[in-house]
Design a protein around this ligand. Structure first.
Ligand code: G3I
Length: 392
């Protein structure tokens, strides 16, 4: 082969490959979520304890196939990993890290400091008296040091503080706040920065982030932290949403507002409560649950009617259209669970009802929402201009 032919081949081959990729995108839907959102945002899900105990759990197979980021649903919470002084349960977190490493999946640490699922002993001395500020800050530092030493090299992204701001923008009246004072969130981020590797990514994470009060408080806090050089690297919008609320307009306005802080947004806990919670909004686990009845538990046997499946698919489609508009500012979108059986929404706010919030059904089979998302995404992302090859 002479030099001219070689040069021609070298020039044309990449063009032909990219043309094929474009045509593939136009003509076929991607078959996995990670393929669908590649180059837009990382797509993730949570892993629960039951999955970690069984190497052949169907949700683990789905995790490997579809997701590039994983969060442990409960394994790192203070009450779970360190339920009493000196007692540590490392089995589940170690399995989580092992699974991520073996499969090349990015891991998210959930959660350093949260008013819920933190045992009472954390706030008390040996006699049961409340700790003072310095002693509680010391316990927080010990926990951060323990997690950083054991997992800091494997887990880059951490929810540093979870749910510390109320709907109206005021600070939640938690034991952390009562003992430390109003700078509890700031102190938590300072401790994380001191203890974790420099390249860690620190998030503030909360639910109902479309509520104006919470939203503006979070934005002010982020801007204040940035101005004072307190390391904060992302905003976690949980995304425990229902079929009607928040509206797409509210979601887009929130994405716009958070984008203006110029730190990335992570959608950290996405699910859609199909059965609804008209009496509540948000994901406040402190509220009282109600028992399941025929009225509030209409599909108890796992049979989700096709019309309902279609409605869920449409709502997911609309939400992802909004997320894709802001994909330059969104780093990751994580579903809170993999299949419907994994979901916390089978127990909250109605104890024991059968809910349908995710993309895979109670048997781990893909729902209409998954299919439509893959198809919809390929349409939204299809190149608008005809490809250069098609015009020749
Ligand atoms: O593991 C115990 C089990 O041994 C015991 O028999 C059983 C009895 O109820 O409880 C089991 O623990 C439960 C645990 O989930 C594991 O299933 C806890 O009671 C239950 O409270 C806990 O719920 C978790 C909840 O956070 C509170 O930690 C949910 O799984 C988890 O999905 C939910 O996740 C939160 C995020 O961390 C923060 N944002 C909101 C989100 C939804 O509430």
């Amino acid at each position: 082969m002479n030099k001219t032919i070689l040069l021609l081949l070298a020039t044309l081959t990449p063009l032909a490959i990219s043309a094929c990729t474009l045509l593939k995108r136009e003509n076929t839907s991607p078959s996995t979520l990670k393929e669908a959102f590649e180059g837009r945002f990382a797509i993730g899900a949570t892993i629960g304890k039951a999955m970690l105990q069984d190497d052949n759990h169907p949700s683990l197979l789905i995790a490997k196939q579809h997701f590039i980021a994983l969060t442990a649903e409960n394994a790192f919470k203070w009450a779970v990993i360190n339920p009493s002084p000196g007692q540590y349960n490392f089995t589940a977190p170690d399995q989580f890290v092992g699974f991520g490493k073996n499969n090349g999946i990015q891991l998210v640490g959930h959660v350093l400091f949260w008013h819920s699922q933190t045992p009472d002993w954390v706030f008390e001395d040996l006699q049961g008296n409340p700790l003072d500020r310095d002693a509680l800050l010391g316990r927080m530092r010990e926990r951060a040091k323990m997690l950083a030493t054991r997992y800091g090299d494997s887990i880059k992204v951490w929810d540093v503080v979870n749910e510390a701001i109320n709907d109206d923008g005021s600070l939640r009246n938690s034991k952390f706040n009562q003992i430390i004072g109003d700078d509890f969130i700031e102190q938590a981020f300072r401790i994380a920065k001191d203890e974790f590797p420099k390249d860690s990514i620190f998030l503030y994470n909360d639910y109902s982030m479309t509520k104006p009060g919470r939203q503006s408080a979070v934005i002010s806090m982020v801007n204040d932290f940035k101005a004072r050089n307190i390391k904060i690297d992302g905003i976690g919008m949980q995304g425990h949403w229902s079929m009607e609320t928040p509206t797409i307009i509210e979601i887009e306005k929130s994405l716009q507002a958070f984008s203006e802080t110029q730190i990335p947004i992570h959608i950290t806990e996405l699910d859609l409560d199909y059965l609804g919670r008209s009496q509540f909004f948000g994901a406040n686990v402190d509220i009282e649950t109600l028992p399941a009845t025929l009225e509030n538990n209409p599909f108890p046997d796992g049979n989700f009617p096709p019309t309902a499946d279609k409605r869920l698919a449409e709502r997911y489609g609309q939400i992802f259209s909004a997320l894709l508009k802001y994909s330059d500012n969104i780093e990751r979108v994580t579903f809170w669970g993999i299949n419907d059986s994994d979901s916390w929404l089978n127990d909250w706010p109605i104890k024991g009802r059968t809910n349908y919030p995710l993309l895979f059904n109670h048997n781990g089979q893909p729902k209409a929402a998954l299919e439509s998302l893959l198809k919809h995404v390929s349409q939204v992302l299809a190149p608008k201009e005809p490809s250069p090859i098609a015009t020749h």
